[in-house]
Design a protein around this ligand. Structure first.
Ligand SMILES: [Zn+2]
Ligand SMILES: [Zn+2]
Length: 91
């Protein structure tokens, strides 16, 4: 199963598939994205956790794009167009 962000293949054993449940979070070793498990067994899918950040200027909460999550760097607030670097350590 490929990582939906970077395309790296995850190799799940049948045992892994039994142990993964909807809502579990796994990390991709390759791109460090946290992925949420949707469905189970044959229908299992991985989807990137959505990350939100808070604009330090206007305090709007907005979602970070996959591109930003992958590359890092600065983001632009969709509300006030303020550019800043999100705190990547934040949960
Ligand atoms: Zn990945
Ligand atoms: Zn803003």
């Amino acid at each position: 199963m490929p990582c939906p962000v970077c395309g790296e293949e995850f190799e799940f054993t049948p045992q892994d598939l039994l142990e993964l449940h909807e809502g579990d979070i796994i990390g991709c070793d390759s791109c460090d994205t946290e992925l949420e498990v949707i469905g189970q067994g044959e229908t299992l899918e991985l989807t990137p956790l959505e990350y939100f950040t808070l604009c330090p200027r206007c305090e709007t909460d907005f979602e970070l794009s996959e591109e930003v999550l992958l590359k890092g760097g600065t983001v632009e607030c969709p509300h006030c167009y303020y550019k800043f670097e999100p705190d990547w350590q934040e949960d």
